[in-house]
Design a protein around this ligand. Structure first.
Ligand SMILES: [Fe+2]
Length: 354
């Protein structure tokens, strides 16, 4: 363990350093100049500091005060060597953070015993700190692992729900990534952007509750069938509601509100403007854009330019103007996502964005 001895008197410095060096497992560094000792201590780690009280440049108390002011140096034991039995000096030293005292002339037996005690204390403290930091790392790794798995299950469930009515494996991926573009463009913080990207794939999960006769009907839907289809929002909200996971709760909010319109003519509740949660307003733009630009059995895919124009035309009607502006401003990113997650390029396992 590293012991630093600071004393302007060369003879005392040598005596204390020699005695300290006899304690097993120690490596001693000596400094005649307290300023140089502090400079070294600022950059390096010490396990015990033994400092003289009477020094011309800086006394032991000022030295301890400066040492304790350095970050992470609060637990290093500091012993002050003093010739004076003056109670006031000792009290001041204790106040600024001295751990113990040695009286001049230094008694070798006493020095050895105190050093052994303080170094044992220091070793125990280090062990505890190492263990705490190891535990913190282990918890962080386990939490990240858990989040990753939660996310993967979300992706796979979302895709399973999506596969019932269309063979567009990347629809949910693109909607999520487009939603991320809008969220980022709105200036939401990075964590919120990530949460929206991770939760958005579940927006249509409620379709699992729609009967095949309605969901897969090739022709026009009857009014009662349209109502059943619209219920996918409520079903999705119910499937995901009241989770202990904030991500799943956000997904519940998106599932319930992504078909609302800014002008209040959407469903299921006809909420309008800021009465619709922001996550629902964001996903609405992303979802419609992807539906327009995707081919369906009953329609061809719109061109990107036509789809962008439609989104713009619905600014303030179907969509929140701020979300439209953010989406259009992120046009290049949108094109990149479209090219990367393209259903016609499906080979091998489905890519899950980072
Ligand atoms: Fe939907």
């Amino acid at each position: 363990m590293k012991v630093v001895v600071v004393d302007d008197n060369a003879i005392n410095l040598t005596i204390v350093a020699t005695l300290a060096g006899r304690v097993s497992g120690t490596e001693v560094a000596t400094y005649a100049c307290p300023v140089r000792a502090l400079a070294w201590l600022a950059a390096a780690d010490a396990d015990l500091v033994i400092v003289d009280y009477m020094m011309p440049e800086m006394d032991g108390i000022a030295f301890i005060e400066r040492f304790r002011a350095m970050p992470d140096r609060g637990s290093v034991p500091v012993v002050m060597v003093t010739a004076s039995a003056d109670r006031e000096t000792r009290h001041r030293a204790l106040e600024v953070g001295a751990t113990d005292f040695l009286t001049k002339p230094v008694d070798p037996v006493e020095l050895k015993a105190r050093m052994a005690n303080l170094l044992a204390l220091r070793a125990a403290h280090r062990q505890l700190a190492d263990r705490a930091s190891w535990l913190a790392d282990a918890v962080a790794r386990a939490t990240a692992d858990l989040h990753e798995r939660e996310r993967e299950v979300i992706w796979r469930l979302s895709m399973a729900a999506e596969h019932r009515d269309r063979d567009t494996a990347y629809h949910v991926v693109r909607v999520a990534e487009y939603a991320g573009v809008v969220a980022e463009g709105l200036g939401l913080d990075a964590d919120m952007v990530r949460q929206i990207r991770y939760a958005a794939p579940m927006h249509d999960v409620g379709k699992v509750g729609i009967p095949d006769a309605v969901l897969l009907k090739p022709g026009q839907l009857e009014p009662d069938e349209i109502d059943r289809m619209k219920a996918h929002t409520i079903i999705g909200g119910r499937i995901l509601a009241e989770s202990s996971s904030p991500l799943i709760r956000l997904a519940a909010e998106i599932a319930l509100t992504h078909q609302e319109r800014f002008d209040g003519r959407g469903y299921p509740y006809g909420r309008a403007g800021s009465d619709i949660p922001l996550c629902g307003r964001i996903v609405a733009v992303a979802d419609v854009f992807d539906a327009l630009t995707s081919e369906r059995p009953y329609k061809r895919a719109w061109t990107m330019a036509d789809a962008f124009a439609h989104i713009e035309a619905e600014r303030g009607r179907q969509f929140d103007p701020a979300c439209v502006d953010a989406f259009l401003a992120g046009g290049d990113a949108v094109l990149g996502i479209r090219a990367r997650f393209c259903d016609t390029n499906l080979t091998g396992p489905i890519l899950i964005p980072a």
